[in-house]
Design a protein around this ligand. Sequence first.
Ligand code: GDP
Length: 362
Amino acid sequence: SLSIGIVGLPNVGKSTLFNALTKNEALAANYPFATIEPNVGVVGVPDPRLARLAEMFGSQRIVPATMEFVDIAGLVKGASEGQGLGNKFLANIRETNAICQVIRVFDDPDVTHVDGEPAPARDIETINTELILADLQTIERALPRLEKEARTTKDKDKLEVVEAVTAAQKVLDEGVTLFAGAAPAGIDLSLLRDLHLLTAKPFLYVFNLDEEELGDEGLRARLSELVAPAEAIFLDAKIEAELIELPDDEALELLQGMGQQESGLAQLVRIGFDTLGLQTFLTAGPKEARAWTIRKGATAPEAAGVIHSDFQRGFIKAEIVSYDDLIAEGSMAAARSAGKVRMEGKDYVMQDGDVVEFRFNV
Ligand code: GDP
Protein backbone atom coordinates (compact mmCIF):
# COMPACT_ATOMS: atom_id res chain seq x y z
CA SER A 1 0.00 0.00 0.00
CA LEU A 2 1.00 3.60 -0.38
CA SER A 3 2.85 5.27 2.45
CA ILE A 4 3.28 8.64 4.08
CA GLY A 5 6.61 9.50 5.66
CA ILE A 6 6.48 11.47 8.91
CA VAL A 7 9.39 13.90 9.10
CA GLY A 8 10.32 16.79 11.31
CA LEU A 9 13.05 18.20 13.51
CA PRO A 10 13.90 16.37 16.75
CA ASN A 11 11.55 16.89 19.74
CA VAL A 12 8.57 18.13 17.78
CA GLY A 13 6.27 15.21 18.67
CA LYS A 14 6.80 12.81 15.73
CA SER A 15 7.11 9.67 17.85
CA THR A 16 4.24 10.70 20.10
CA LEU A 17 2.08 11.10 17.00
CA PHE A 18 3.28 7.91 15.31
CA ASN A 19 2.72 5.85 18.45
CA ALA A 20 -0.76 7.29 18.88
CA LEU A 21 -1.54 6.48 15.24
CA THR A 22 -0.42 2.89 15.42
CA LYS A 23 -1.82 2.16 18.89
CA ASN A 24 -5.11 3.80 18.08
CA GLU A 25 -7.72 1.43 19.58
CA ALA A 26 -10.55 3.11 17.72
CA LEU A 27 -8.86 2.33 14.43
CA ALA A 28 -7.22 -0.92 15.46
CA ALA A 29 -10.24 -2.62 17.08
CA ASN A 30 -12.49 -2.58 14.03
CA TYR A 31 -9.80 -2.01 11.53
CA PRO A 32 -6.95 -4.31 10.64
CA PHE A 33 -3.71 -2.95 11.83
CA ALA A 34 -0.25 -4.36 11.65
CA THR A 35 3.26 -3.34 12.42
CA ILE A 36 5.70 -4.41 9.74
CA GLU A 37 8.79 -2.76 11.13
CA PRO A 38 9.06 -0.71 14.30
CA ASN A 39 8.85 2.51 12.30
CA VAL A 40 6.12 1.39 9.88
CA GLY A 41 2.46 1.27 10.85
CA VAL A 42 -0.55 0.22 8.79
CA VAL A 43 -3.59 2.25 9.73
CA GLY A 44 -7.24 1.83 8.79
CA VAL A 45 -8.84 4.83 7.11
CA PRO A 46 -11.78 5.83 9.32
CA ASP A 47 -15.01 5.61 7.32
CA PRO A 48 -18.36 5.81 9.15
CA ARG A 49 -20.12 4.63 5.98
CA LEU A 50 -18.84 1.09 6.55
CA ALA A 51 -20.74 0.66 9.82
CA ARG A 52 -23.97 1.79 8.14
CA LEU A 53 -23.45 -0.64 5.27
CA ALA A 54 -22.61 -3.49 7.64
CA GLU A 55 -25.89 -2.82 9.44
CA MET A 56 -27.90 -2.77 6.22
CA PHE A 57 -26.33 -5.95 4.79
CA GLY A 58 -25.87 -7.80 8.09
CA SER A 59 -22.14 -8.03 7.37
CA GLN A 60 -20.05 -10.06 9.80
CA ARG A 61 -17.08 -7.75 9.63
CA ILE A 62 -15.86 -4.37 8.50
CA VAL A 63 -12.70 -3.98 6.44
CA PRO A 64 -11.51 -0.42 5.88
CA ALA A 65 -9.04 0.90 3.36
CA THR A 66 -5.53 1.07 4.76
CA MET A 67 -2.44 3.17 4.36
CA GLU A 68 1.04 3.14 5.82
CA PHE A 69 2.76 5.68 7.99
CA VAL A 70 6.53 5.61 8.32
CA ASP A 71 8.27 7.36 11.20
CA ILE A 72 11.41 8.74 9.58
CA ALA A 73 13.99 9.83 12.11
CA GLY A 74 17.15 11.75 11.44
CA LEU A 75 16.19 15.02 9.87
CA VAL A 76 18.63 17.63 11.12
CA LYS A 77 20.38 20.55 9.52
CA GLY A 78 22.97 19.05 7.20
CA ALA A 79 21.04 15.80 6.60
CA SER A 80 21.48 16.32 2.85
CA GLU A 81 25.26 16.31 3.44
CA GLY A 82 25.12 13.14 5.49
CA GLN A 83 24.89 14.73 8.95
CA GLY A 84 23.08 12.74 11.63
CA LEU A 85 21.34 9.79 10.01
CA GLY A 86 21.63 11.70 6.73
CA ASN A 87 21.89 9.00 4.10
CA LYS A 88 19.58 6.55 5.82
CA PHE A 89 17.09 9.35 6.28
CA LEU A 90 17.16 10.23 2.61
CA ALA A 91 16.84 6.59 1.50
CA ASN A 92 13.83 6.06 3.81
CA ILE A 93 12.05 9.17 2.71
CA ARG A 94 12.63 8.42 -0.97
CA GLU A 95 10.55 5.24 -0.63
CA THR A 96 7.43 7.01 0.65
CA ASN A 97 4.66 8.37 -1.56
CA ALA A 98 3.94 11.57 0.37
CA ILE A 99 5.64 13.62 3.05
CA CYS A 100 3.99 14.69 6.28
CA GLN A 101 5.96 17.38 8.10
CA VAL A 102 5.37 17.67 11.83
CA ILE A 103 5.94 21.24 12.96
CA ARG A 104 6.19 22.19 16.59
CA VAL A 105 4.18 25.17 17.71
CA PHE A 106 3.78 24.23 21.38
CA ASP A 107 6.24 25.78 23.79
CA ASP A 108 7.47 23.72 26.71
CA PRO A 109 10.56 24.67 28.72
CA ASP A 110 10.98 20.98 29.60
CA VAL A 111 11.27 19.92 25.97
CA THR A 112 14.28 21.49 24.30
CA HIS A 113 14.06 22.65 20.73
CA VAL A 114 17.09 22.12 18.48
CA ASP A 115 17.13 25.76 17.44
CA GLY A 116 16.31 27.35 20.79
CA GLU A 117 12.59 27.91 20.53
CA PRO A 118 9.76 26.84 18.25
CA ALA A 119 9.36 29.03 15.18
CA PRO A 120 7.15 27.28 12.63
CA ALA A 121 8.21 29.30 9.58
CA ARG A 122 11.91 28.83 10.31
CA ASP A 123 11.49 25.12 11.02
CA ILE A 124 9.57 24.53 7.80
CA GLU A 125 12.35 26.31 5.96
CA THR A 126 15.01 24.20 7.68
CA ILE A 127 13.26 20.99 6.62
CA ASN A 128 12.50 22.15 3.11
CA THR A 129 16.07 23.36 2.64
CA GLU A 130 17.41 19.87 3.41
CA LEU A 131 14.94 18.27 1.00
CA ILE A 132 15.68 20.87 -1.67
CA LEU A 133 19.47 20.40 -1.31
CA ALA A 134 19.04 16.63 -1.63
CA ASP A 135 17.02 17.12 -4.83
CA LEU A 136 19.61 19.52 -6.23
CA GLN A 137 22.31 16.89 -5.64
CA THR A 138 20.20 14.27 -7.40
CA ILE A 139 19.74 16.59 -10.36
CA GLU A 140 23.41 17.57 -10.55
CA ARG A 141 24.32 13.89 -10.66
CA ALA A 142 21.71 12.96 -13.28
CA LEU A 143 21.70 15.94 -15.60
CA PRO A 144 24.99 15.35 -17.50
CA ARG A 145 23.88 11.80 -18.35
CA LEU A 146 20.39 12.93 -19.38
CA GLU A 147 21.84 15.72 -21.54
CA LYS A 148 24.25 13.34 -23.23
CA GLU A 149 21.50 10.84 -23.98
CA ALA A 150 19.28 13.55 -25.40
CA ARG A 151 22.12 14.95 -27.52
CA THR A 152 23.21 11.64 -28.98
CA THR A 153 19.75 10.18 -29.60
CA LYS A 154 17.99 13.47 -30.49
CA ASP A 155 14.98 11.73 -28.96
CA LYS A 156 12.16 14.24 -28.50
CA ASP A 157 10.97 12.72 -25.21
CA LYS A 158 14.49 12.81 -23.79
CA LEU A 159 14.92 16.45 -24.77
CA GLU A 160 11.65 17.19 -23.01
CA VAL A 161 12.91 15.51 -19.85
CA VAL A 162 16.13 17.56 -19.91
CA GLU A 163 14.07 20.73 -20.27
CA ALA A 164 11.85 19.76 -17.34
CA VAL A 165 14.82 18.81 -15.13
CA THR A 166 16.58 22.08 -15.92
CA ALA A 167 13.43 24.03 -15.09
CA ALA A 168 13.09 22.05 -11.84
CA GLN A 169 16.67 22.92 -10.94
CA LYS A 170 15.82 26.59 -11.32
CA VAL A 171 12.79 26.30 -9.03
CA LEU A 172 14.86 24.49 -6.39
CA ASP A 173 17.70 27.01 -6.70
CA GLU A 174 15.21 29.67 -5.64
CA GLY A 175 14.51 27.70 -2.46
CA VAL A 176 11.07 26.49 -3.54
CA THR A 177 9.89 22.86 -3.37
CA LEU A 178 8.66 21.25 -6.56
CA PHE A 179 5.38 20.42 -4.85
CA ALA A 180 4.72 24.16 -4.51
CA GLY A 181 6.72 25.46 -7.47
CA ALA A 182 6.29 23.02 -10.36
CA ALA A 183 2.79 24.01 -11.42
CA PRO A 184 3.45 27.78 -11.43
CA ALA A 185 6.64 27.15 -13.46
CA GLY A 186 4.71 24.98 -15.93
CA ILE A 187 6.70 21.85 -15.12
CA ASP A 188 5.05 18.48 -15.79
CA LEU A 189 6.10 16.43 -12.74
CA SER A 190 5.57 13.15 -14.57
CA LEU A 191 8.65 13.97 -16.67
CA LEU A 192 10.75 13.97 -13.47
CA ARG A 193 9.39 10.68 -12.16
CA ASP A 194 12.55 8.61 -12.79
CA LEU A 195 14.60 10.91 -10.53
CA HIS A 196 12.43 10.19 -7.46
CA LEU A 197 12.81 13.75 -6.25
CA LEU A 198 11.79 14.30 -2.64
CA THR A 199 10.15 17.70 -2.98
CA ALA A 200 8.05 16.51 -5.95
CA LYS A 201 6.04 14.29 -3.58
CA PRO A 202 2.78 15.63 -2.18
CA PHE A 203 3.26 17.40 1.16
CA LEU A 204 0.99 17.81 4.13
CA TYR A 205 1.66 19.52 7.44
CA VAL A 206 0.78 18.64 11.00
CA PHE A 207 1.07 21.53 13.43
CA ASN A 208 1.56 20.30 16.97
CA LEU A 209 -0.04 22.91 19.21
CA ASP A 210 -0.98 23.36 22.82
CA GLU A 211 -4.59 23.01 23.82
CA GLU A 212 -5.11 26.80 24.06
CA GLU A 213 -3.40 27.37 20.72
CA LEU A 214 -5.74 24.83 19.10
CA GLY A 215 -8.64 27.21 19.62
CA ASP A 216 -6.81 30.23 18.20
CA GLU A 217 -8.42 30.75 14.79
CA GLY A 218 -6.06 33.59 13.84
CA LEU A 219 -2.99 31.47 14.54
CA ARG A 220 -4.42 28.56 12.57
CA ALA A 221 -5.16 30.80 9.60
CA ARG A 222 -1.59 32.17 9.62
CA LEU A 223 -0.12 28.67 9.77
CA SER A 224 -2.39 27.44 6.97
CA GLU A 225 -1.27 30.30 4.80
CA LEU A 226 2.36 29.43 5.48
CA VAL A 227 2.01 26.01 3.85
CA ALA A 228 -0.65 26.52 1.17
CA PRO A 229 -1.38 24.80 -1.21
CA ALA A 230 -0.54 21.88 1.11
CA GLU A 231 -3.15 20.78 3.64
CA ALA A 232 -2.64 21.72 7.29
CA ILE A 233 -3.81 19.60 10.22
CA PHE A 234 -3.89 21.04 13.73
CA LEU A 235 -3.61 18.83 16.76
CA ASP A 236 -2.07 18.41 20.17
CA ALA A 237 -0.01 15.23 20.02
CA LYS A 238 -0.10 14.86 23.79
CA ILE A 239 -3.90 15.02 23.85
CA GLU A 240 -4.09 12.61 20.89
CA ALA A 241 -2.00 10.17 22.90
CA GLU A 242 -4.46 10.53 25.82
CA LEU A 243 -7.53 10.24 23.60
CA ILE A 244 -6.59 6.79 22.36
CA GLU A 245 -6.60 5.52 25.95
CA LEU A 246 -10.23 6.57 26.48
CA PRO A 247 -13.46 4.75 25.58
CA ASP A 248 -15.05 6.14 22.38
CA ASP A 249 -17.82 8.11 24.11
CA GLU A 250 -15.43 9.77 26.56
CA ALA A 251 -12.98 10.58 23.78
CA LEU A 252 -15.75 12.22 21.78
CA GLU A 253 -16.84 14.21 24.82
CA LEU A 254 -13.30 15.48 25.37
CA LEU A 255 -12.98 16.39 21.68
CA GLN A 256 -16.30 18.24 21.64
CA GLY A 257 -15.21 20.11 24.76
CA MET A 258 -12.37 21.46 22.62
CA GLY A 259 -14.74 22.32 19.78
CA GLN A 260 -13.71 19.38 17.57
CA GLN A 261 -15.81 16.63 16.00
CA GLU A 262 -13.01 14.35 14.94
CA SER A 263 -9.64 13.46 16.45
CA GLY A 264 -6.52 14.94 14.89
CA LEU A 265 -5.38 11.41 14.08
CA ALA A 266 -8.55 10.64 12.13
CA GLN A 267 -8.15 13.93 10.26
CA LEU A 268 -4.55 13.09 9.47
CA VAL A 269 -5.43 9.67 8.09
CA ARG A 270 -8.36 10.99 6.07
CA ILE A 271 -6.49 13.96 4.62
CA GLY A 272 -3.35 11.85 4.10
CA PHE A 273 -5.34 9.35 2.05
CA ASP A 274 -6.66 12.18 -0.08
CA THR A 275 -3.19 13.72 -0.46
CA LEU A 276 -1.95 10.40 -1.84
CA GLY A 277 -4.47 10.85 -4.66
CA LEU A 278 -6.58 7.96 -3.46
CA GLN A 279 -10.27 7.33 -3.05
CA THR A 280 -12.43 4.37 -2.10
CA PHE A 281 -15.27 2.36 -3.47
CA LEU A 282 -17.40 0.13 -1.28
CA THR A 283 -18.67 -3.44 -1.40
CA ALA A 284 -21.11 -4.99 1.05
CA GLY A 285 -22.61 -8.41 1.69
CA PRO A 286 -23.28 -10.84 4.51
CA LYS A 287 -19.58 -11.59 4.90
CA GLU A 288 -18.09 -8.11 4.98
CA ALA A 289 -18.57 -4.41 4.37
CA ARG A 290 -15.40 -3.20 2.81
CA ALA A 291 -13.66 -0.12 1.43
CA TRP A 292 -11.23 -0.67 -1.45
CA THR A 293 -8.50 1.72 -2.48
CA ILE A 294 -8.22 3.12 -6.00
CA ARG A 295 -6.53 6.17 -7.37
CA LYS A 296 -8.78 9.07 -8.29
CA GLY A 297 -9.86 8.71 -11.90
CA ALA A 298 -9.72 4.90 -11.96
CA THR A 299 -12.18 3.17 -14.30
CA ALA A 300 -14.61 0.39 -13.36
CA PRO A 301 -12.39 -2.44 -14.73
CA GLU A 302 -9.39 -1.02 -12.84
CA ALA A 303 -11.48 -0.98 -9.67
CA ALA A 304 -12.50 -4.59 -10.32
CA GLY A 305 -8.82 -5.46 -10.64
CA VAL A 306 -8.16 -4.23 -7.11
CA ILE A 307 -10.43 -7.02 -5.82
CA HIS A 308 -9.07 -9.69 -8.14
CA SER A 309 -7.18 -9.67 -11.42
CA ASP A 310 -9.78 -12.13 -12.82
CA PHE A 311 -12.48 -9.53 -12.18
CA GLN A 312 -10.61 -7.07 -14.37
CA ARG A 313 -9.80 -9.55 -17.12
CA GLY A 314 -13.36 -10.85 -17.36
CA PHE A 315 -15.06 -7.52 -16.65
CA ILE A 316 -18.54 -7.26 -18.14
CA LYS A 317 -20.17 -4.45 -16.18
CA ALA A 318 -20.51 -2.94 -12.74
CA GLU A 319 -23.75 -2.56 -10.85
CA ILE A 320 -23.37 0.71 -8.99
CA VAL A 321 -25.39 2.76 -6.53
CA SER A 322 -23.99 5.79 -4.75
CA TYR A 323 -23.72 5.41 -0.99
CA ASP A 324 -25.98 8.43 -0.42
CA ASP A 325 -28.72 7.05 -2.70
CA LEU A 326 -28.51 3.65 -1.05
CA ILE A 327 -28.86 5.14 2.43
CA ALA A 328 -31.71 7.40 1.29
CA GLU A 329 -33.62 4.42 -0.17
CA GLY A 330 -32.88 2.18 2.81
CA SER A 331 -32.04 -1.05 0.99
CA MET A 332 -30.61 -2.44 -2.21
CA ALA A 333 -34.07 -3.61 -3.33
CA ALA A 334 -35.59 -0.18 -2.71
CA ALA A 335 -32.70 1.53 -4.51
CA ARG A 336 -33.22 -0.81 -7.44
CA SER A 337 -36.96 -0.16 -7.76
CA ALA A 338 -36.29 3.59 -7.46
CA GLY A 339 -33.97 3.30 -10.47
CA LYS A 340 -30.92 4.36 -8.46
CA VAL A 341 -28.85 1.29 -9.35
CA ARG A 342 -26.93 1.85 -12.57
CA MET A 343 -25.23 -0.58 -14.94
CA GLU A 344 -21.86 0.90 -15.87
CA GLY A 345 -19.47 -0.27 -18.57
CA LYS A 346 -15.71 -0.39 -18.96
CA ASP A 347 -15.24 3.37 -19.51
CA TYR A 348 -17.01 4.40 -16.31
CA VAL A 349 -14.85 6.53 -14.00
CA MET A 350 -15.38 5.49 -10.40
CA GLN A 351 -16.75 8.03 -7.92
CA ASP A 352 -15.89 8.12 -4.23
CA GLY A 353 -18.49 6.18 -2.26
CA ASP A 354 -19.78 4.06 -5.14
CA VAL A 355 -21.26 0.85 -3.76
CA VAL A 356 -20.41 -1.78 -6.32
CA GLU A 357 -21.08 -5.29 -7.49
CA PHE A 358 -19.05 -6.44 -10.48
CA ARG A 359 -20.27 -8.79 -13.21
CA PHE A 360 -17.53 -10.72 -14.88
CA ASN A 361 -16.71 -13.82 -16.95
CA VAL A 362 -14.37 -16.41 -15.52
P1 GDP B 1 10.25 13.51 18.22
O1 GDP B 1 11.68 13.65 18.57
O2 GDP B 1 9.83 14.50 17.20
O3 GDP B 1 9.82 12.11 17.88
O4 GDP B 1 9.43 13.97 19.53
P2 GDP B 1 8.72 13.08 20.67
O5 GDP B 1 7.39 12.60 20.17
O6 GDP B 1 9.65 12.11 21.22
O7 GDP B 1 8.40 14.24 21.73
C1 GDP B 1 9.45 14.91 22.40
C2 GDP B 1 8.93 15.38 23.73
O8 GDP B 1 7.92 16.36 23.52
C3 GDP B 1 8.31 14.28 24.55
O9 GDP B 1 8.68 14.50 25.90
C4 GDP B 1 6.82 14.52 24.40
O10 GDP B 1 6.09 14.09 25.51
C5 GDP B 1 6.74 16.01 24.23
N1 GDP B 1 5.58 16.42 23.44
C6 GDP B 1 5.13 15.88 22.27
N2 GDP B 1 4.03 16.52 21.86
C7 GDP B 1 3.76 17.49 22.76
C8 GDP B 1 2.75 18.49 22.86
O11 GDP B 1 1.84 18.62 22.03
N3 GDP B 1 2.84 19.34 23.95
C9 GDP B 1 3.83 19.23 24.88
N4 GDP B 1 3.86 20.09 25.88
N5 GDP B 1 4.78 18.29 24.80
C10 GDP B 1 4.76 17.42 23.76
